[in-house]
Design a protein around this ligand. Structure first.
Ligand SMILES: *Cc1c(COP(=O)(O)O)cnc(C)c1O
Length: 399
């Protein structure tokens, strides 16, 4: 193979650890190994029927051409109404763009906001793509490690210490991937008080808002005065079990949204027209769809309770109680540097993660991938039977 000179910006790019784990799971399954996966970050439910029907109807109606950059006016209007209802602040259509998944929304936001030398505060443990996207934008990720003691939430003191004149963006992800933490209104208010004297843009990633087991506090409900420097990121993927449809949105001040649309105009332009019609159905008020969303959230809650109960029975593992999303983030330091089954000793959570895959045939993602060694991330977006069997295997592999 000849070697190719690739762009310098790729030198620092880390391939996604979750995607790598999913690849290894597929490989093992192809070899006939029965692997139970806790590594996948998506709902295991099907997209609700009325949404699928809207997409099929869109095909029959020949909505198969280019739409407006950033999505149809109809979809952006439905999103604006949803955001207005969520946030209690009026958002107009010009303050909304829809994107190819929330992930593209985040990417475009960093592209629109960041220059070289700019700093972006991303509390760790973090969702991996934030860091890579910030680097791709030429900016510097600043990743304060939050502690289990604060429920993996950034404290006002940590934030105050890190804010500099170069702080361009602060990322808040609640409920969080990977920890499941949900900030309370008081905690958000305290962060807002620190941010008052800075000019940072706050990027509120609310993609798991429908999956919260406590009263969900939104950033702008706690800090409405910050609306003119807040970008809200959300999408249909997690709430409506629509990961593959690739529809997200960014809501925020019109000049930033216009800048994002200008980039979209030269890149993806918009997500698939058919997906836009599916998302329009999701965002059009419907009792049937609301019912599906809440029954999925209720199922996630039962599974969270089950996995927490089973993890608590594993000696050496302790787990913070997550208040949202569909992940647990147990501390596994009690399993390191001591002999497990067959005398195997793991010195890092990454090694333990490999041990669990090789010996127990359960796939998790190690905390290293999220900037927090000593932990594992397990997604419980899987059946109660798989959770029970998987935790049994986990326990058995420890000897
Ligand atoms: C899944 C996820 C997203 C992106 O979702 P899309 O599938 O791109 O809409 C964004 N942020 C977090 C924290 C996520 O877990």
């Amino acid at each position: 193979m000849p070697s190719y000179k690739l762009a310098r910006r790729l030198a620092q790019l880390e391939p996604s650890a979750t995607a790598a784990m999913n690849g290894r799971v597929q490989q093992l399954r192809a070899e006939g190994v029965n692997v139970i996966s806790f590594s996948v970050g998506e709902p295991d439910f099907d997209t609700p029927d009325p949404i699928k029907e809207a997409a099929i109807a869109a095909i029959h109606a020949n909505h198969t051409h280019y739409t407006t950059t950033g999505g149809t006016a109809e979809l952006r209007k439905a999103v604006a109404q949803r955001v207005t209802a969520d946030q209690g602040i009026t958002y107009g259509v010009a303050q909304i763009t829809t994107t190819t998944g929330a992930k593209e929304g985040l990417y475009l936001a960093f592209q629109a906001l960041c220059d070289e030398g700019d700093e972006v505060i991303i509390p760790a443990p973090y969702w991996v793509s934030y860091v890579e996207q910030v680097r791709l934008a030429g900016a510097t990720p600043i990743t304060p490690l939050t502690s289990e003691a604060t429920g993996f939430k950034l404290t006002p003191e940590q934030l105050r210490d890190l804010l500099t004149p170069n702080t361009r963006v602060v990322v808040l992800n609640s409920p969080s991937n990977p920890t499941g933490s949900v900030y309370s209104a008081a905690e958000l208010r305290a962060l807002a008080d620190v941010l008052r004297d800075s000019s940072a843009i706050i990027l509120a990633d609310e993609i798991y808002d429908a999956i919260s087991y406590v009263e969900y506090a939104r950033w702008l409900r706690a800090a409405p005065e910050m609306a003119d420097r807040t970008l809200i990121i959300n999408g249909v993927a997690k709430a409506y079990a629509m990961t593959g449809w690739r529809v997200g949105y960014v809501a925020g001040p019109q000049p930033i949204i216009t800048a994002i649309k200008d980039i979209q105009g030269h890149t993806s332009t918009h997500t698939a027209s058919i997906s836009q019609y599916a998302a329009l159905a999701a965002y059009t008020p419907s009792a049937a769809i609301d019912q599906s969303v809440s029954s999925m959230a209720a199922a996630f809650r039962r599974r969270r309770d089950l996995i927490l109960e089973l993890l608590a029975e594993i000696p050496g593992v302790s787990c913070n109680v997550p208040d949202g999303a569909f992940y647990v983030f147990p501390n596994v330091t009690g399993l390191l540097n001591r002999p497990l089954k067959d005398g195997i000793v793991c010195t890092t959570s990454d090694e333990l993660n490999n041990h669990l895959l090789d010996q127990a045939h359960i796939a998790c993602v190690s905390g290293e991938a999220f900037g927090a060694p000593g932990y594992l991330r397990l997604s419980y977006a899987t059946s109660e039977q798989a959770i029970t069997e998987g935790m049994q295997r986990f326990r058995n592999s420890l000897g």
